[in-house]
Design a protein around this ligand. Structure first.
Ligand code: NDP
Length: 402
């Protein structure tokens, strides 16, 4: 029976709140805290009505502020914090965890606000501190990073003696009916997809222009979709933890309409993350843009279609013979909405975050230090993934198109 604190009440926080409430036998006491208290209260009331559990507690907190976090932690005394606020808050929450003796889990690596850099170095630097404090920090436990990293660990454990080529393929074949919207926080999403492409090959990073490498890939139950090589944070830890990889890339699908909007947004300066003066006041264009774009948490109602995310791996099997392997999940937006009121991208992030918390609460994943999820046992996690709404599938020795 575990006491957990969820920080962030957006699309992903909504799903985590639902899924932890569904697992009431494990999570006996749940608190949902975020910057805007009213969002937490609305969600907690809806969940209380839906599942008839003991009420989810709520609180308001500015997670950039360590002393506010400490007050909250010392009052509620959670065993684990599930951080589904923004990547900017990772370090302040980790600092507060260390001071209050609380374990930590997140779904996205730390990013400094003033620079769109995606690196684990800031969070990996907490390794000794967490170890010494006897606390655990689980990094990147969403879908990608998260399940994709665990899929890779599962492939290494059960099928490969040597993994040589890894392609993570992320397709959203959904339609939300809007001219332009992002599927998770617009500021974080636009920072991620407008950066230069980067992939690992023969022991070094290869940098490309944004969206320079692309081709159609076939996704199960969906068919061919134009897919683009972009940099994604799990590549950094995967090439470190699986050093036999000769090449590791991340592909994401984008529609032409989305890319056109993105190009315009960039060309007119609305993707800028540095402050500009407007009527005597400093504003950051991308933050203003977020305020006028659709809220990703509210896209669910009319969202049709599905996502398909997985890993395509080539290498040598346990007997030293050549093997190709594809492991993936497909998730229908409408099913996600029916269950939680959130669309598929929030769902595919919030379910793994909850399972990570479940692994911790049950003592299955529990050791002091800072871990990327591929360093932990994939089997019990993937068993739960099947049970908690994201069933996965495998294909052997098929054309991987790569
Ligand atoms: P949203 O923007 O919908 O929600 C973010 C929430 O965090 C909001 O409730 C917001 O509060 C709250 N918040 C922001 N700043 C603070 C702060 N300083 N203090 C307290 N609360 C704060 O984002 P999503 O739910 O779409 O995404 C959540 C996280 O999940 C992000 O870090 C994102 O990168 C990650 N993600 C990971 C994926 C994966 O597969 N690994 C995929 C998709 C997302 P308010 O309502 O007041 O603004």
């Amino acid at each position: 029976m575990s006491k957990i604190l969820i920080i962030g009440a957006g699309g992903v926080g909504t799903v985590v709140a639902h899924k932890t409430a569904q697992n009431h036998g494990v999570f006996s006491d749940i608190m949902l805290a975020s910057r805007t208290l009213s969002k937490c209260e609305t969600l907690a009331n809806a969940i209380g009505t839906k599942y008839g559990n003991k009420k989810i507690r709520t609180a308001s907190v500015d997670a950039d502020n360590v002393s506010e976090l400490l007050d909250l932690f010392n009052n509620f005394k959670p065993e684990l914090v599930i951080n589904v606020a923004l990547p900017y808050q990772d370090l302040s929450i980790m600092d507060a965890c260390l001071e209050a003796g609380v374990n930590y889990l997140d779904t996205a690596n730390y990013e400094p606000k003033e620079e769109a850099v995606f690196e684990y170095k800031w969070q990996w630097a907490y390794q000794d501190k967490f170890k010494k404090a006897g606390l655990m920090a689980i990094l990147g436990c969403g879908f990608d990073p998260g399940v994709t990293s665990i899929f890779t660990a599962y492939a290494a454990k059960h099928y490969f003696s040597k993994m040589e080529y890894l392609d993570i393929v992320d397709c959203n074949a959904g339609d939300h009916g809007k001219a332009f919207a992002t599927n998770f926080n617009p500021e974080i999403n636009i920072r991620e997809v407008t950066q230069k492409g980067k992939y690992w090959e023969n022991g070094q990073w290869v940098i490309t222009q944004p969206h320079e490498i692309h081709k159609p890939l076939n996704y199960p139950n969906i068919g061919p979709k134009e897919s683009y090589v972009i940099y994604h944070e799990e590549l950094e830890s995967l090439v470190k933890n699986f050093p036999t990889l000769k090449r590791a890339r991340f592909w994401m699908t984008f529609g032409q309409e989305y890319l056109t909007h993105l190009r315009v947004i960039q060309n007119i300066g609305m993707a800028r993350i540095d402050p500009v003066m407007y009527k005597g006041m400093e504003i950051i264009p991308i933050q203003f843009l977020k305020a006028v774009l659709p809220d990703p948490g509210e896209l669910g109602e009319n969202y049709t279609g599905e996502t398909s995310i997985g890993c395509r791996i080539k290498g040598l099997d346990k007997e030293g013979k050549e093997l190709t392997y594809y492991i993936y999940n497909n998730c229908r937006h409408q099913d996600a909405y029916k269950e939680t009121g959130a669309q598929g991208v929030s769902y595919t992030t919030g379910v793994p975050a909850t399972i990570g918390a479940l692994m911790f609460a049950q003592g299955v994943w529990r050791k002091p230090g800072v871990f990327n999820v591929e360093e932990l046992d994939p089997d019990p996690f993937l068993e739960q993934l099947n049970k908690q709404g994201l069933p996965w599938h495998e294909k052997f020795n098929e054309d991987l198109e790569i």
